[in-house]
Design a protein around this ligand. Sequence first.
Ligand SMILES: Nc1ncnc2c1ncn2[C@@H]1O[C@H](COP(=O)(O)OP(=O)(O)OP(=O)(O)O)[C@@H](O)[C@H]1O
Ligand SMILES: [Mg+2]
Length: 289
Amino acid sequence: MGLQAEHLCKSYGKKEALKGVSFTLHKGTYGLLGENGAGKSTLMRMMATVDFPTKGEILYEGKDIFRLDEEYRSLIGYMPQNYNVYPGFTARDFLEYMGVLKGIPKEKLKSRIDEVLEFVNLADVSGKKVKTFSGGMKRRIGIAQAIINDPEILILDEPTAGLDPSERIRFSNIISNMGKDKIVLLSTHIVSDIEAIASELVVMRKGEILKTGDVDALVQAVKGEVWETVVNQETYQQLRKERSIIHLKQMGKEVQVRFVGENYIGADCQQVEPTLEDYYIFTSGINID
Ligand SMILES: Nc1ncnc2c1ncn2[C@@H]1O[C@H](COP(=O)(O)OP(=O)(O)OP(=O)(O)O)[C@@H](O)[C@H]1O
Ligand SMILES: [Mg+2]
């Protein structure tokens, strides 16, 4: 059961943004990772019922979400990628407006708004206009509106984009505190966000799902295959042709390199502990060099 996509396709004219995507999400936090244009936002928009699939279906507890309609929508919270359209509302007025749209009874709404403002750390500025907020504060009010109805399913499209390091940590704490009893799906370009926030990974590429799985288990899959070494330019040129380079640092005439694959005989390599970034670059075939 859970939230299931079945052979989901979406085309915009000739452009196939999703090419038959299937997966099931259970309770837990899922990080959706993929390059620009991979189809992350397209997928999330459909899961939030703001866009329709060309083919295929999305089921919640076995029922089509578009048929469940209002019943499903009352269970979800959604923050779109470009969430930047705020009328001249204060933070509190904005949340009240969103709360009414989501059908929260008036007698409960005020205390719920206090709760979410506290939760996203915006209680002090609740009387300020949202359009005067910094990027990070706008993201947090975006999260606040998404969680105001205490949703069972939370869909956040790039919630950490443009956040500074302290905002980012605050955000991971917000999500971790949300508990394990929800389905949380968040997209990002930042691999370390996934390590900090999500326990499950979904990798998309060119409209398809490349990999899904438990973050720790996926990282362990490259254990014993991640190496670091310092080599001269000539050896490096050879190495980069034969291995996936994760990271490199120029050190005068030499280069410090981190790579994934088999040990490289032509250099003195130290085996190192794998990270999610090693796994991601290796499996998605991205060449950083
Ligand atoms: N309304 C639209 N009309 C035409 N093409 C679209 C539309 N929306 C998305 N696309 C195309 O569909 C593909 C997937 O786009 P999508 O926005 O889902 O990618 P994404 O993974 O969210 O990318 P990003 O990381 O840049 O946010 C892209 O090629 C995009 O150009
Ligand atoms: Mg997107």
